[in-house]
Design a binder for this molecule. Structure first.
Ligand SMILES: [Zn+2]
Ligand SMILES: [Zn+2]
Length: 426
């Protein structure tokens, strides 16, 4: 096996294991070999190493390794960001001199864009405010979304920051601050991904995915030309009648013709599916009106539902808001119509417990529960890309309250008539 083939296989294996490590716990992959490998990476292998280390060094090696791992993954420092920047710039330094002179005006234009945009979006995502909840922003963030009474309940304060948690916010333990619409803390940008920078983060994924694919495809053209210089019959799609051996030999020769272009092309093509996968995952989150943090909370609810411990009941749309614990109005066009609770033993909570009206009903499936933060793909996209978009104005809310008031008056005027009918009949 040639050195380049070994490098290519190595990069492929690393890309695959990274995919397994990051996505192995997605519900769609449950009960598949990928989920088992994910468990092996995060649970079985670490505990086996721990057991061996306990025997050999009384756990000293794993303690220091653990400290290093925690430092890299959970510390607030730019190590991974610098690694990412180096990967980008060293790759471009090795790749561009060999490919640039071959490009026409159109490719030079799009090539320049593809190279520049990831740096720009990386700067904006890493440097921007992810939506830190502090005294100045608290009132605004409280009025962004209503509490859904499933994942987020009014009246919960952050133990560290001391502020009431706005709906959809979460405390980032790495940065030590609450972040509005927190998605996750990202080591690549050394920042949280939240309400303030989620659009920059998605643009960073899109531009990096495009860069790897575009660079990979252009690089492949250069590799094919180099191979064709040795044998004009060469084509990237193995020509009929060629043996695999001849094809691989010539392709390898094409890669080796300019090692910079060849190796970066291979790296770009192999990491590209990973970046596109990450982008697809985040577009899927937007499509479902959720975040990484919330999707994990929904997974916990699914487990409660599987055990028969989740119950819901209606929340009246004209319920009085608690002015101390909730914003008087939100810009969100819909309000919670259900409350979701869990019980320890699977028996329904007493009728007098908690908020809401009517009987508690057991829920078995997530699809039977409404996600208040999903307005449909287009509006979800607007919510991500247009900061503070007013989905409804305060005036509309006042009108809606007026309408509701009228409706209630109508209902109230109906009720006595009905009861008088009943009275007349008996
Ligand atoms: Zn906090
Ligand atoms: Zn953070």
């Amino acid at each position: 096996m040639g050195v380049l083939t070994q490098i290519a296989l190595g990069v492929l294996a690393i890309s695959f294991m990274t995919f397994v490590a990051f996505f192995g716990r997605l519900p769609a992959l449950r009960h598949t070999p990928i989920a088992w490998m994910h468990r092996a990476i995060w649970v079985s292998i670490p505990s086996a190493i721990l057991a061996i280390d306990q025997r050999l060094t009384s756990g000293r090696l794993t303690t220091s390794l653990g400290r290093f791992g925690t430092y890299v993954m959970y510390g607030r420092h730019p190590t991974v960001l610098i690694f990412f920047l180096l990967l980008l710039s060293v790759g471009e330094y090795m790749y561009l001199p060999g490919v640039w002179p071959r490009l026409g005006v159109v490719h030079k234009f799009f090539g320049t864009l593809s190279v520049v945009l990831p740096y720009l979006f990386l700067y904006l995502a890493a440097h921007g405010d992810p939506g830190v909840v502090d005294a100045a922003s608290h009132a605004r963030y409280m009025s962004h979304y209503p509490y859904d009474f499933a994942l987020f309940h009014p009246g919960q304060a952050c133990r560290t920051c001391g502020l009431l948690k706005p709906p959809r916010s979460k405390h980032c333990s790495v940065c030590g601050r609450c972040v509005h619409k927190m998605d996750h803390h990202c080591v690549f940008i050394n920042n949280c991904v939240g309400y303030g920078n989620q659009h920059w983060f998605i643009m960073l994924l899109l531009s990096t995915a495009s860069l790897t694919l575009y660079g990979g495809v252009l690089g492949l053209g250069a590799v094919a030309d180099a191979a064709r210089a040795r044998d004009p019959a060469f084509a990237l799609w193995k020509p009929a009648g060629w043996s695999w051996r001849d094809y691989v030999v010539l392709l390898t020769a094409g890669v080796q013709d300019d090692v910079g272009v060849g190796s970066v092309t291979l790296l770009a093509l192999m990491t590209s599916p990973l970046v596109w996968g990450l982008l697809a995952y985040h577009v899927y989150l937007v499509y479902s009106g959720t975040t990484t943090n919330e999707s994990m909370k929904w997974q916990d609810w699914q487990l409660e539902m599987d055990d028969g411990c989740a119950f819901r009941r209606a929340l009246p749309s004209d319920r009085a808001r608690d002015p101390v614990r909730e914003a008087p109005w939100t810009r969100w066009p819909v309000d919670a119509v259900q409350v979701l609770v869990r019980t320890e033993d699977g028996t329904p909570p007493p009728a007098s417990a908690g908020v809401g009206v009517g009987e508690w009903e057991r829920v078995w499936r997530l699809s039977d529960v409404e996600n208040l933060y999903d307005l449909g793909f287009w509006d979800n996209l607007v919510d991500v890309f247009v900061p503070n978009h007013p989905f409804r104005q305060a005036a509309e809310v006042a009108n809606a309250d007026l309408e509701r008031g009228k409706r209630r008056a109508k209902k109230a005027s109906k009720a006595p008539r009905a009861s008088s009918l009943v009275a007349a009949a008996t």
